[in-house]
Design a protein around this ligand. Structure first.
Ligand code: ADP
Ligand code: MG
Length: 388
């Protein structure tokens, strides 16, 4: 994870080396974390992600032959495809499917996508739950829209990038990742209603408050994450059906106890309790942030973690260890972020305590014999953009 200037330079160097020419421009899109609101998206509820200062950069230029070439520093081999490759999901596979998927989604929406050469470099760790997938989609989308002069306002980008990932790559994600990396704004979190897709920028200026968010990559191996995710989703759908609501978002906090009393299965009751209380925690967090009370969201973050650990049962020992160590070292609040069974932990800390909290987490990991975590202090950053 190096500075943004380096990643842009790597994209340019890759472009020059691969294509023997200068790129016409460079476009960047960030990774993201979800501040709070976990497993609420597919229950039609609320999430509150923010964009990270870690970015994926695409150096690109038009290609005369109407084809697409893409190279990434993650893979020596460049990938090439023509219109046929972008006509049908599945024609391009592996990592380049994220790029072909964007071309495909644009074409499916009726846009005349220009052929292009692309070189990708990234500081967003891949597969850690920081959404390197949305970052590459958004950076490629921004490049192609600009290079082709396409008439596509940015508020329509998230859906398009999501289509690329859902229908071309075949990964069933919601709209959160793409919304966060495209619409994120420096010093803000993005409040997203997953039912209406309405978004609102919520002030979250950690820097001005003397705070920082630590992102701890737990390095925990993802254990059965896909199957467990599907099981949680099914459980929520069944519960909504049993309760006679379209989605668990429709269970009001005030009605939670009555709803739980109508469910026989204790596990299902725990799942429902997580989702309903988590939606409420997102709303409470938004209220506190609107009032400028950033430190006061700490207990909500920690309560969210307890709910994921005890009710939704999606945490693992590395993750719980990181949360406990961060809290013991003085974090205002800490929680796992992302779908679970690995991934990252967030800890809200005083900026000048960031190093001490990171050291405490590392020490707790060493005690338990876990692979050392990667920890990085971050501030909310801006979304997809052209660099030059
Ligand atoms: P996450 O989004 O949490 O990082 P995903 O599994 O959703 O994890 O997406 C990771 C995949 O996205 C990678 O395996 C790769 O196929 C693709 N990808 C992301 N960033 C890059 C990149 N810079 N270069 C090539 N492929 C990338
Ligand atoms: Mg992803």
């Amino acid at each position: 994870m190096s500075a943004a200037g380096d990643v842009a330079a790597r994209a340019t160097a890759g472009f020059r080396q691969r294509y023997g020419a200068e790129p016409a421009g460079r476009w960047a899109a960030p990774g993201r974390v979800n501040l709070i609101g976990e497993h609420t998206d597919y229950n039609d509820g609320f999430v509150l992600p923010f964009a990270l200062p870690l970015r994926t950069v695409v150096a690109a230029a038009l290609a005369d032959d109407g084809r697409w070439s893409v190279w990434s520093e993650l893979d020596d081999e460049p990938v090439e495809f023509g219109p046929a490759g972008a006509d049908e999901p599945g024609r391009v596979d592996g990592w380049a499917a994220y790029v072909a998927g964007v071309v495909w989604a644009l074409r499916a929406a009726g846009h005349d996508v220009p052929g292009a050469r692309l070189a990708v470099a990234s500081d967003v760790p891949v597969g850690s739950g920081l959404s390197s997938s949305a970052a590459i989609e958004a950076a490629v989308l921004a490049a192609l829209v600009d290079l082709g002069g396409l008439d596509l306002p940015a508020d329509r980008w998230p859906r398009l990038a999501q289509r690329a990932e859902n229908d071309y790559v075949g990964a069933p994600t919601g709209i959160m990742d793409q919304s966060a990396v495209i619409r994120g704004r420096s010093g803000h979190a993005l409040f997203l209603d997953c039912r209406t897709e309405e978004v609102e920028q919520i002030p979250f200026d950690l820097d001005a408050a003397g705070l920082a968010m630590l992102v701890v990559d737990s390095r925990a191996p993802h254990r059965h994450a896909d199957g467990e995710y599907a099981a949680r989703r099914k459980s929520c759908e069944r519960a909504a059906k049993a309760l006679g609501v379209a989605a668990l978002r429709d269970v009001a906090t005030a009605d939670l106890d009555a709803a739980l009393a109508r469910l026989d299965d204790p596990e299902t009751r725990r799942r429902v309790r997580h989702v309903v209380t988590e939606d409420q925690r997102v709303l409470d967090t938004v209220e506190l942030l609107r009032a400028g009370r950033i430190r006061d969201i700490g207990p909500l973050l920690t309560a969210s973690h307890a709910s994921m650990r005890d009710d939704f049962e999606i945490t693992v020992p590395e993750i719980d260890t990181a949360v406990e160590a961060a809290l013991a070292a003085g974090a205002y609040g800490a929680r796992m972020t992302g779908g679970g069974f690995g991934g990252c932990v967030l800890a809200l800390v005083d900026a000048d305590a960031a190093d001490a909290v990171a050291a405490a987490v590392a020490a707790a990991y060493a005690d338990r014999g876990f692979t050392a975590p990667h920890t990085l202090p971050v501030l909310p950053a801006g979304g997809a953009t052209r660099l030059d």
